[in-house]
Design a protein around this ligand. Structure first.
Ligand code: DOR
Length: 443
């Protein structure tokens, strides 16, 4: 398959420039200007649209195996590709959880031929799988996920000796969910005593408190400093935690920070409208946190942008607070939601590309993806600016069938997504068949 994309605004490695891009045999053959079409080549006139490397989402819960009423690899990767996300790294809190090499191999087998995007799977840590952590082949997983706070699935690691061992011996980057569980349990007990199980949703950030986040993130950083671990702290949700991280380029950092699109979009006042739709762990906090996180992206304190896409069914979300699960579907509108900050003048499009494509590729040593470079795989997104659309429930591709963004108008839209050189999304529907490949890690 040969394709020539002409008249695009390419955005890559800090630059934005007019140009053309040729795809051949799944890869980017040439980037230039005035490239002329060859015989048999399909020509796409991008007419000024942004041409970006496909986003790499390093934090998704696609629910397979075992939780497939909420989502599965096929449905959620389709939603991701519709949103311009061409690679994903999936979390281990499935049923069974991904706690050893066999469970990891099973997941790769499940994804083959069914994933619309390229895929990697994390190994999970537990209080009793230190051997599996120590002996992990670093080419088989982007990293090791440590729940240093309990969330969906029962994967809390709270044995101090085991935690120390994981940080000492992990052969890959460690990614952490940081929320101190005893702090949260004590706060939740207070709220249950006051309200019973029907706690108002806007109390979620007071139960899943900023103190809980700060305490756990401090512990993770202390452990990483003690052992020289490559640590990546996921989904930072508070201004308070930001002072624990250094500003600067991701290259050379041993400790990095991530936030997610929903923490840049929603804040406490939104609970009144959306209730449990935006209940997630860690919790969406105050307007001041949202502001500080946007600034931290602009100032390189936050290194990576991701989704924490975590679908639950609509029915599950209707339960009272104590039984309503945490997590929200995000992949389909994640990129356009991040681009709203570009339209609002908070940072430029090159920064979105850096945080959502280049940075995860660098952090996890992803081979030949995440950049517009000749010879790299042609994972690409065409985005039309100033082409507003409003999210409707009937357009949601996630299996759960709802979105916290319903009714929201975004100013840009994903006009096309290419995965491994093939058109997978044409702006209104999926095209062809799933063509995701297993991610490889150059380490
Ligand atoms: O809100 C969340 N949902 N946070 C997590 O850590 C897990 C996730 C899920 O799997 O539902």
């Amino acid at each position: 398959m040969q394709r020539l994309i002409v008249n695009a605004r390419l955005v890559n490695e800090g630059r934005e420039f007019e140009g053309d891009l040729r795809i051949r045999d799944g890869r980017i053959e040439a980037i230039g200007s005035g490239l002329s079409a060859r015989e048999g080549e399909t020509v796409t006139d991008a007419a000024g649209a942004w041409l970006l490397p496909g986003m790499i989402d390093d934090q998704v819960h696609f629910r397979e195996p075992g939780l497939t009423a909420k989502g599965d690899i096929a449905s959620e990767s389709a939603a991701a590709v519709a949103g311009g996300l061409t690679s994903f790294m999936d979390m281990p809190n499935t049923r069974p959880p991904t706690l050893d090499a066999q469970a990891l191999a099973d997941k790769y087998a499940m994804a083959a031929g069914r994933a619309w995007g390229n895929y990697g799977f994390y190994l999970g840590a537990s209080n009793d799988n230190l051997d599996a952590v120590r002996t992990l082949d670093p080419k088989t997983a982007p990293g090791i996920k440590v729940f240093m706070g309990a969330s969906t699935g029962n994967m809390l690691v709270d044995d101090p000796e085991v935690l120390d061992g994981i940080f000492r011996e992990a052969p890959t980057p460690i990614i952490t969910h940081c929320e101190d569980t005893p702090t949260i349990d004590a706060l939740q007990a207070e709220y249950v005593a006051r309200y019973g199980e029907d706690i108002p949703p806007e109390c979620h950030p007071d139960i899943r408190s900023r103190e809980a986040c700060l305490k756990s993130t401090e512990l993770a950083i202390a452990l990483a400093r003690r052992h020289g671990t490559r640590l990546h702290v996921l989904h930072i949700s508070t201004a308070d935690e930001l002072r624990l991280f250094e500003a600067g380029p991701i290259e050379g950092k041993r400790i990095t920070a991530e936030t997610c699109v929903h923490f840049l979009h929603f804040a406490r006042p939104d609970y009144a409208r959306l209730g449990h739709q935006i209940k997630c762990n860690p919790a969406i906090k105050d307007e001041a946190d949202r502001e500080a996180l946007i600034r931290a992206v602009a100032e390189d304190v936050i290194d990576v942008l991701a989704t924490d896409h975590a679908p639950h069914t609509w029915d599950e979300k209707q339960n009272p607070y104590t039984r309503a699960p945490s997590g929200l579907p995000l992949v389909q509108y994640a990129l356009v939601s991040a681009l709203e900050h570009v339209h609002a003048g908070r940072f430029d499009v090159a920064r979105v590309v850096h945080k959502f494509a280049h940075a995860p590729a660098l952090l996890f040593d992803v081979a030949e993806r995440g950049f517009l470079r000749e010879g790299y795989w042609a994972d690409l997104v065409l985005v039309r600016q100033d082409d507003p659309f409003t999210v409707r429930r009937e357009d949601v591709l996630s299996k759960c069938g709802w979105s916290p963004f319903e009714g929201t108008t975004f100013r840009s839209r994903v006009a096309a997504t290419f995965v491994n050189g093939e058109l997978a999304w044409d702006g209104s529907g999926l095209v062809g068949a799933p063509r995701g490949q297993r991610l490889t890690f150059a380490r």
